[in-house]
Design a protein around this ligand. Sequence first.
Ligand code: NAD
Length: 257
Amino acid sequence: MNTLLKDKKILIMGVANKWSIAWGIAQSCIEAGANIILTYQGERNLSNLKKLTADLAGISLYQCDVTQDQDIIALFHNLEEDFGVIHGLVHSIAFANKEELEGAYYNTSREGYHLAQDISSYSLVAISKYARPLMKEGGSIVTMTYLGGERVVQNYNVMGVAKAALESSVRYLSADLGPENIRINSISAGPIKTLAAQGVKGFRSILKVYEEKVPLRRTVTQGEVGDTAVFLLSPMARGITGENIHVDAGYHTMGLL
Ligand code: NAD
């Protein structure tokens, strides 16, 4: 337990189940004293969230499908009414069709390209716009990315291109929001076995490379990503914005493996 986020209201978007990176972040935020607010997409995720949070007092749950502007507007309207202010926002959301996450990137369909960009990248822009008025006391936004946004990672394809756009959005948003004392950064996590990750063909073989070759000779955990998110959300990171922090056991430093 620490007090880095004591009494701070942190909105976390993207918990689907107990394996979700967003759930790791939620747990680290709770340990740091935050009051967390969670969003979910669809009824199945709501029942998962209810089970996950059953023992935690006072956690509010709101529905939000980020492809729907009216959902985003309603979410922040409700948060304004219910809380008046938020101090942090975690965007841990991505989606691409499974068939676009294998083979040659040039086979990406127009529809699949738009879908991946809409959910995985544009959504950060839209939610930042509506979160901004609630960050009256300043704030910190954290989004999740992967090395495939900077380098070619086999099969990551359309999602890599969406992550590149997401990382660029972080830089542009940092310039927009900085004068209001709102910071925005991304965490580039190493591979973690989640629902989304298992959609990428060959995911298991990437895990093996980590265990054998990266500097720390292991993969990273939800908790390690969660603790980095707490750092970025807290005043400890008050001088950092527009940054991308790799929590990947050192993989990004390596040349050809
Ligand atoms: P996950 O499947 O647990 O989380 C993905 C989340 O996106 C789910 O909660 C899902 O409901 C949500 N989502 C998808 N479409 C949505 C929509 N239209 N509206 C609202 N929410 C929607 O998987 P995860 O691995 O925890 O992914 C979280 C983030 O971490 C993603 O951005 C992912 O790219 C990133 N990431 C994952 C890894 C990894 O190896 N797992 C590595 C680096 C980065």
